[in-house]
Write a protein that binds this ligand. Structure first.
Ligand SMILES: CC(=O)N[C@H]1[C@@H](OP(=O)(O)OP(=O)(O)OC[C@H]2O[C@@H](n3ccc(=O)[nH]c3=O)[C@H](O)[C@@H]2O)O[C@H](CO)[C@@H](O)[C@@H]1O
Length: 371
């Protein structure tokens, strides 16, 4: 059977699609997957790197832009629709799934026009415009959080969680959480002050504001430098600057623009400091990690904050808003949590309790039923 997955732009849309592809391919060696995205999206690099075939179409945003770019956006969408029809006629998929992002709009509409079974997955608490528009036309809408249910038609919407890539699921399956006694030994054994492992990252593109806040936090954390083991994903632009600042302040930090094996880094961290993208949240909860969310304040409809709030209500994480973010504040929180291993452990355990590990399996199962 053939599954076409359309969309992307950012990792938060694309990686759940890769997770669905992995599940679909694992069911039958004869199954095939084709991704369709845009040249500017993360898919242009990440899909071939993950070993999948990718076709590119033209697509762009129209929401909230001025007259001329709206016209250009609409023209690109029409062209993308024609390209989508051509791809569908040539590759002849059995079904099509949209994962959000520009490319999913023309492709899912074209697939619907050709009467193919169509599905979408929404990752966020507040859905993007593409999925709101597509919901009317598809057979089923899969959602990550209950909070988004009321945006979609009741009869065809199913709460599944956010599909997780195999690298994360395999790590979770092989992991035994440490006991409180082991955590105490690690933190306070040998005369006190075992390592506290921080993982800082800013979603698939890195987060400049988090990078700068962490640099401003370093002078306040210097007394602590020997205890902190830091992994920091910066995005492309800030990597050299951030690495140099850690060196100058005497910190042991591994700084990278982008991390391929996220599962390995999650596994060896005590506290994760990150944005509140939906896929990030799904992963840190699955890994049972205590997390300080700093939502991206300019995300459409402030959806990152809403994503995080869905978890904070249950004590499964911490949040610091960007307008309250300063080096001193960040250093204070890191310091406080490094001194409270039980709080860190309990928060991680509560997060794990909210994780949905079977989203990809449920989604593929539901899609098969429609064939
Ligand atoms: C600014 C913005 O609007 N961002 C949106 C975007 O975020 P973004 O693309 O940052 O997505 P998420 O935070 O949800 O997920 C990031 C993904 O990238 C992966 N990763 C990240 C860094 C790295 O070095 N290596 C790596 O593989 C993570 O493991 C994760 O799978 O899509 C999400 C899902 O629709 C939304 O919730 C976010 O609000």
């Amino acid at each position: 059977m053939r599954l076409l997955i359309a969309g992307g732009g950012t990792g938060g849309h694309l990686f759940p699609g890769i997770a669905v592809a992995e599940e679909f391919l694992s069911r039958d060696p004869a199954n095939e997957v084709l991704f369709v995205g845009t040249e500017r999206g993360i898919e242009a690099r990440a899909v071939p790197a993950a070993g999948y075939r990718l076709e590119l179409i033209s697509a762009a945003g129209i929401r909230g832009k001025g007259g001329l770019s709206q016209i250009r956006g609409a023209a690109m969408m029409f062209y993308g629709y024609a390209q989508s029809r051509k791809i569908l006629k040539e590759w002849r998929p059995d079904m099509v799934m949209g994962v959000g992002g520009y490319a999913s709009l023309p492709m899912v509409l074209a697939a619907r026009g050709m009467r193919l079974p169509c599905f979408i997955h929404e990752q966020n608490a507040i859905p993007g415009l593409t999925n709101r528009l597509l919901a009317k036309f598809v057979d089923r809408v899969f959602i990550t959080l209950d909070e988004s249910a009321h945006f979609f038609p009741k009869g065809k919407t199913l709460l599944t969680g956010n599909p997780l890539r195999r690298q994360i699921l395999e790590m979770v399956a092989g992991q035994t959480p440490p006991s409180i006694a082991e955590i105490h030994q690690q933190q306070y054994g040998n005369g006190g002050g075992g390592p506290f492992r921080l993982f800082i990252f800013g979603g698939s593109q890195g987060a400049h504001a988090i990078n700068m806040a962490m640099l401003a936090a370093l002078p306040h954390l210097e007394r602590y430098a020997a205890r902190l083991e830091i992994t920091h994903q910066t995005g492309e632009k800030d990597a050299a600057l951030v690495a140099e600042a850690y060196r100058n302040h005497g910190f042991n930090a591994s700084v990278m623009p982008f991390i391929q094996d996220m599962a390995a880094v999650y596994q060896r961290s005590d506290l994760v400091i990150c944005r509140a993208g939906a896929t990030t949240i799904a992963e840190v909860t699955a890994c049972g990690k205590a997390c300080l969310f700093i939502p991206f304040p300019f995300a459409v409809d402030d959806h990152q904050r809403r994503n995080a709030e869905a978890f904070l209500k249950k004590g499964a994480g911490f949040m610091l808003l960007e307008r309250e973010l300063s080096g001193e504040r960040l250093a204070g929180i890191i310091h406080e949590l490094a001194e409270s291993p039980e709080t860190v452990q309990r928060t991680g355990a509560l997060a794990f309790g909210l994780a949905r590990l079977d989203a990809a399996r449920i989604i593929v199962g539901e899609m098969m039923k429609k064939l």
